[in-house]
Design a protein around this ligand. Structure first.
Ligand code: XMP
Length: 514
């Protein structure tokens, strides 16, 4: 039996990134809440433990903890951020509250002779996000990395306990992957046991475990994006297509090209697609709703209403509703593994479901990240251009049309988006960005066109680079490119007279505006 890597989720936004990075290294891992460890015997199925970061301070009485004494654990342990402080605190070190919260990129000096830092430079950039710091080492530990300001960045003892104050799992830590790899392969002596073929096998396993009927009726909501389309393809591969119903709802919050694109793809799959036009219904219900969370809830529950009506028209008794929900949709909405991560946005696939729902939800991708779904799409040999399509949020232009949603404002945004995206494609710039889109602001400003005074709307162009949407940097398009596309937009869309470029990264911002 393969002994797996156990990741204990202390509630960090990045916990699942640890899992994903480990899977990328070709190893199987499981993420569990702290209460999963009942006693020392629980650990018999695991070859090592990673203790994640988390929003709490170990100095707070309510901070999460394990029910066993970590000094009794005999398998290797890697603590990250909160995990680092937890190990130090539990083993007799002293953690102090500091006035300066350290947040963002920091240079550390690492002890190269230590196995953990093997094949990484002495001075390297890491991602820090912490308030408390280690003031006195726990007994038997030594420092193996420090920041330039003398803050302890990594420690170890001779019992294979390693602890890092920084986050090796985020891409901003330049050698984070090497550090995790050193811990797993050099210190824990793992051999590779996970590959992208497992992604397909895991979807199959999920479907077998979660669908109990022989002839299940399955309705799959297709948004036109990569996730739900790959899901539709996965379902058609693993299940009897006779009882599969693929539904695409035009909710009036789509871009100009979304409906025609998805019709084309389904035609090429030779799968039947049912298109429901609910444009008026959505736009009418969203009128005068400015609050982004309310918008999401309205959009989510309208989707369900539309589905219910569609289901009734099919005259079947029970249904499974398949959704292409990703892990990122869940982690930022609710605490997934029982940890404590704070609510940031409620994504439509998770929030807004009515209580009297009469179908079972299946979400075969709920443990996957976007790039893993893309890998699965490639494994199924789906069109490359389609797989590399930028993500488009479920609530669509509903959360990009800031302020009042009207058909007229949505049409303006659609025009801008089409010009912008077509421009990026024509200039071969589209694939240089992970996600590019336009946002319509509730701000008007004065301009001049010819000799005429104008008082029109403002759009923001946003282009970011990311690996998984959890963190993001701004795409550095040259100012000439941006001014050229801004001129095109202003010349062609009469309702817009100002174009801005968003230059904030995530964090502290998010990718979308709402
Ligand atoms: P944020 O704005 O949270 O975006 O930094 C991260 C990624 O998630 C997408 N996103 C959503 N996707 N429903 C979705 O299906 C939503 O409500 C939603 N909000 C954000 C966003 O486009 C980006 O790729």
């Amino acid at each position: 039996m393969i002994k797996s890597i156990l990741i204990i989720d202390f509630g960090s936004q990045y916990t699942h990134l640890i899992g994903r990075k480990i899977r990328e290294l070709g190893l199987f891992c499981e993420i569990k809440p702290p209460k999963y460890i009942k006693n020392i015997d629980t650990l018999k199925q695991h070859q090592c433990i990673v203790l994640s970061g988390g929003p709490d301070s170990v100095l707070s009485k309510k901070s999460p903890s394990l029910s066993i004494d970590i000094s009794k654990i005999t398998i290797p342990i890697l603590g990250i951020c909160y995990g680092f402080q937890y190990i130090s605190h539990e083993l007799g070190g002293k953690i102090l509250k500091t006035n300066d919260r350290e947040y963002g990129n920091t240079l550390i000096e690492a002890l190269k002779s230590n196995l953990l830092f093997k094949n990484t430079p002495k001075s390297q950039k890491v991602w820090m996000s912490h308030g408390d710091s280690l003031n006195k080492l726990p007994k038997g530990f030594k420092i193996i990395a420090k920041t330039k300001n003398n803050i302890v960045a990594a420690i170890t003892n001779n019992k294979n306990i390693y602890a890092l104050q920084f986050h090796p799992e985020v891409t901003h830590s330049d050698f984070g992957k090497e550090i995790l790899s050193n811990f797993l392969f050099k210190i824990c002596k793992f051999k590779k046991n996970w590959s992208s073929i497992n992604l397909n096998a895991n979807v199959k396993k999920y479907l077998n475990l979660n669908i109990n009927e022989k002839q299940p009726n399955i309705i799959c909501a297709v948004s036109g994006g990569v996730d739900s389309t790959v899901l539709a393809f996965a379902l058609s591969k693993h299940l009897n297509t006779k009882n599969l119903h693929f539904v695409f709802v035009n909710n009036g919050l789509l871009r100009k090209y979304d409906e025609s694109n998805i019709r084309q793809i389904f035609k090429s799959f030779k799968l039947k697609l049912n298109v429901i036009n609910a444009e008026n219904l959505f736009v009418k219900k969203l009128k005068n709703t400015k609050d982004p969370e309310k918008k999401r809830k309205i959009i989510g529950s309208l989707f369900i209403d539309v589905f219910n009506n569609y289901l009734k028209s099919l005259k079947k008794k029970s249904f499974y509703l398949a959704q292409g929900t990703l892990y990122t949709d869940i982690i930022e909405s609710t605490s997934y593994h029982g940890g404590k991560s704070a609510t940031i946005k409620s994504h439509h696939n998770v929030g807004g479901l009515p209580k009297d729902i009469n179908f079972n939800i299946i979400e075969p991708f709920k443990e996957l990240f976007k790039d893993e779904v893309r890998k699965l799409g490639s494994f199924y040999k789906l069109n490359k251009d389609f797989i590399s399509r930028h993500p488009f949020p479920g609530p669509g232009l509903g959360i990009r049309c800031i302020g009042n949603i009207t058909k007229e404002r949505l049409d303006t945004l659609r025009d801008v988006d089409e010009i912008f995206i077509q421009y990026l494609r024509d200039k071969h710039l589209y694939n240089l960005s992970w996600q590019a889109f336009a946002v319509l602001l509730p701000v008007r400003s004065v301009g001049v066109m010819g000799d005429e005074r104008t008082y029109e709307e403002t759009v923001v162009l946003r282009c970011i680079n990311s690996v998984d949407g959890m963190t993001a940097n701004v795409t550095n398009f040259p100012i000439e490119v941006l001014s050229e596309v801004a001129t095109l937009i202003i010349n062609k869309v009469s309702k817009v007279n100002k174009v801005l470029y968003d230059i904030t990264s995530k964090p502290p911002s998010t990718i979308e505006w709402e």
